[in-house]
Design a protein around this ligand. Sequence first.
Ligand code: GUN
Length: 287
Amino acid sequence: MSAKIIDGKAFAANVRAQVAAHVARLKEVNGLTPGLAVVLVGEDPASQVYVKNKGIQTREVGMNSYEHKLSAETSEADLLALIAKLNADPAVHGILVQLPLPKHLDSDLVINSIDPAKDVDGFHISNVGLLGTGQKAMVPCTPLGCLMMLRDHLGSLSGLNAVVVGRSNIVGKPMAQLLLGDSCTVTIAHSRTKDLAEVCRRADILVAAVGRPEMIPGDWVKPGATVIDVGINRIERDGKGKLVGDVHFESAVAVAGAITPVPGGVGPMTIACLLANTLTACCRAHG
Ligand code: GUN
């Protein structure tokens, strides 16, 4: 039997349509337009593509997009001064500093200088603490997108065994917190985990977020499990460039109950959730 393919592209389009409808109402009824500021430091090609797509989709849902592109040599003081300006700007409801930052900049310091109420990435230490204690937080976009797809496919997640492979601050750790919040029994596995295959085989929900192409084969997947593949890895195959996930799709699709493809699974949900977070930040800022 072949798994159901979870269509993240369609799901994300639906989220964006809902955000756009809400933005239109905010404008009409309250005269408000949510604004998202994106800060890019340097010329990393992948980051440039992400930032461009964020700008396009922000405008498409009727929000204001403010892009700040700074040279790779920007000083920490100049970057912190820009963030202070954005923190104080009432037209800016969300601030995102694209990661990774050039090596000479302290990412933790920079992220923690963002007003937590405008931290639409959910990376500020206050939001991390709020999420970890089950309080109202800004939730990181990629794990939020994963959770939305899991709830849509499974309904209640209560009591399910969830295994998150990867312990990054951006995906693995917040994903685990969200699954715990939905009453899953959660394991965070990583590169030092003993017998990773066995740990994965216990998962009713398997979230792969390691950034290693096709690392998880189908025989690590429990029959009927829901597999969420966060990886987006560019590889060369048959002389051509190809995007693959952290899961070996062809073998996993034969075993899983449902699986997200790469591309077209988790990826599109990240920006959709960023827009949803910006809308939330705007609504909270205006009571
Ligand atoms: N770089 C890769 N993913 C992300 C993300 O979700 N937010 C930011 N700010 N940078 C990233």
